[in-house]
Design a protein around this ligand. Structure first.
Ligand code: DGY
Length: 310
């Protein structure tokens, strides 16, 4: 009987797919490499979050045929090592576009209207904090989408009713009815909001730093829902401290969980969330279903919906 290691709990709809396929579930107790190696030693499949999954872990699971990423980004999985071991890597890119796009727009609105700090001011007994910290309207502004893939397209569709100009940069994408394609430089210069929706690959890692923040307007906001490693985080901190830009809304960080001594935690022009862009009941359910179906397909020798290393 094939076994699947679940280091995290998943919605019951995903478990039902394994049960129906006769795959035994190993309920893991955590994401650390040690735990996964210990608990998954006889697993044929594993369903992971954003944790690293390297060659050493693969070698501790000699029966492993498929690594499923419960999400779209697979930067933490050593794809070459998996391919060399004939292990398929699958992900769930069709399940989360709406959720991530909704979160990106939520954070855009929240940082513009200073929602977190105004809310906190009530708890702190500082009702009049708002007088020195007015928000900004989004209406009439320019939103720049860096990385115009599936998620970027959904963001643009959802922004259609906001009366904003939408520009995007992506060497592989074309303009749409409401989105004008611009150069990378133009995107940073023109945007009032820069939204990052890039994958974390060699060419994008640490690709946004002080040079880009200096190009941005002093009144502009930087919003990253993709991966922390795309940004040179100390330079972002510096840009925020020096008010090169107005603020940042960040859902992802170079190191997660964010360490309590991270200087971002000392800034009041940021909105920080703990990697929640796809963390909704509906999307978690859809991701579990897609990942479980692809695991079953691979183990049965059938075609999977989303294989990263076909
Ligand atoms: C993804 O899908 O990669 C998200 O960042 C959540 O894991």
């Amino acid at each position: 009987m094939s076994k699947v290691l679940l280091p995290d709990t998943i919605p019951s709809e995903g478990e039902q797919i394994f049960n129906a396929a006769g795959i035994e579930i190993i309920h893991g107790t955590g994401r650390s490499a040690e735990k996964m190696m210990q608990e998954g030693s006889d697993a044929s499949a594993v369903l992971i979050g954003t944790q690293n999954f390297d060659a050493q872990i693969m070698d501790s699971m000699p029966n492993l045929k498929v690594i499923a990423r419960n999400g779209v980004g697979y930067d933490a999985v050593d794809i070459d090592a998996a391919t060399a071991r004939n292990i398929k890597v699958v992900n769930t890119p069709f399940a989360l576009n709406d959720s991530v796009a909704e979160t990106a727009i939520t954070e855009l609105l929240a940082i513009s209207k200073n929602i977190f700090w105004d809310t906190k001011s009530i708890y702190d007994g500082q009702w009049n904090y708002k007088k020195t910290h007015p928000g900004n309207d989004v209406f009439g502004k320019t939103v720049g989408i860096l990385g115009f893939g599936r998620i970027g397209h959904v963001v643009a569709e959802k922004l259609a009713g906001f009366n904003v100009k939408i520009i995007a940069h992506d060497p592989f994408a074309k303009a749409t009815e409401n989105v004008e394609m611009v150069s990378r430089e133009e995107l940073f210069v023109m945007s009032d909001y820069v939204l990052v929706h890039l994958p974390a690959i060699d060419s994008t890692k640490h690709s946004i730093g002080m040079a880009e923040f200096k190009k941005m307007k002093e009144t502009a906001y930087f919003i990253n829902m993709a991966r922390g490693v795309i940004v040179v985080e100390p330079e972002l901190v510096q840009a925020l401290q020096q008010h090169e830009i107005a603020g940042a809304a960040l859902d992802v960080f170079e190191e997660e969980p964010l360490s309590m001594d991270n200087p971002l935690l000392e800034l009041d022009n940021v909105l920080l969330t703990p990697h929640i862009a796809s963390n909704t009941i509906e999307t978690k359910r859809k991701m579990a279903i897609d990942a479980a179906n692809d695991i079953v397909a691979i183990l049965n020798g059938d075609l999977a919906k989303s294989v990263v290393n076909p």
